[in-house]
Design a protein around this ligand. Sequence first.
Ligand SMILES: Nc1ncnc2c1ncn2[C@@H]1O[C@H](COP(=O)(O)OP(=O)(O)OP(=O)(O)O)[C@@H](O)[C@H]1O
Length: 308
Amino acid sequence: MPALRVDDLTKSYGQTLALDDLSFEVREGEVFGFLGPNGAGKSTTINVVLDFIRPTAGRVEVLGRNAQAHSRDIRSRTGVLPEGYRTYDRLTARQHLEFAIESKGADDDPEALLERVDLADAIDKKAGGYSKGMAQRLMLAMALVGEPDLLILDEPSTGLDPNGAREMREIVREENARGATVFFSSHSMEQVEAVCDRVGILRNGEMVAVDSVEGLRDSVSGGTTLRITVDRIDDEAVQSVRALSDVSTVTIGSEQPPTITAQVEGSKTAVLTALEDHGVDVRDFSTEEASLEDVFQSYTTGTEVHAR
Ligand SMILES: Nc1ncnc2c1ncn2[C@@H]1O[C@H](COP(=O)(O)OP(=O)(O)OP(=O)(O)O)[C@@H](O)[C@H]1O
């Protein structure tokens, strides 16, 4: 049984088609990154999953139950970090957590939860005085109440500094190790890379790719970029590199000493050998994979992106 199953989900807001026949699954026990640019439909999907909004068409099952018919039961087994801040200025962190613990019928210790998110020092301070990052940490602590089977985190790194973002990733790993399925949305490939088993990329309300980070990288990178520093440019040598079946693009840099840059799908040695066979001296070479941001860009803008 998948932890989350979305089937042919469509959501229109008047003329705006926010979700267009969207289907995907999140497996039980995995960390799934839900990526997409602004307006792609991530929050809309999460809001349907939690039954905060109703779909125009389609079906969603969460933890094996229909999202609309069993929303109360689903919410009691799900921890949610919503988009934006929903803290109450006049309540302290302890009071926020006591409220969350009571409404879930859980027995967590507020202080222990706040220690996990590094906010224990502010336990009795009112949330009105919190920074954005502190409010986000408090929201995360509230999501952890009751050891949920499913954690849904909408843009969890919002407002967090690099330390906070790292701690958030650690918590995701800990929760996953405990057995929770984690579904989190992000604009940033970098955020999901470190923790996700699989990533789904949403664009204009449609899933354009679902794969492991490695799989996504392989699918768009067009291979590896091979950058070779040579003693001189020899036209015939360059032609022989272009003629190799594994090589797609070859560009020549005008700096001194000159460089030849080639997109290579297969053997890099064949490229070096082709140059050397024409008497060109290879002084140095380096290889680079496509960055994950390149991968994301290629899926979400439609432009072809090669490894840099
Ligand atoms: N309440 C609403 N009324 C009308 N249109 C809406 C509403 N909520 C979302 N939309 C539209 O639906 C589309 C998807 O929005 P959504 O907020 O789900 O995207 P998102 O991927 O979460 O974006 P972001 O990363 O900016 O949070 C957008 O075109 C948005 O303008």
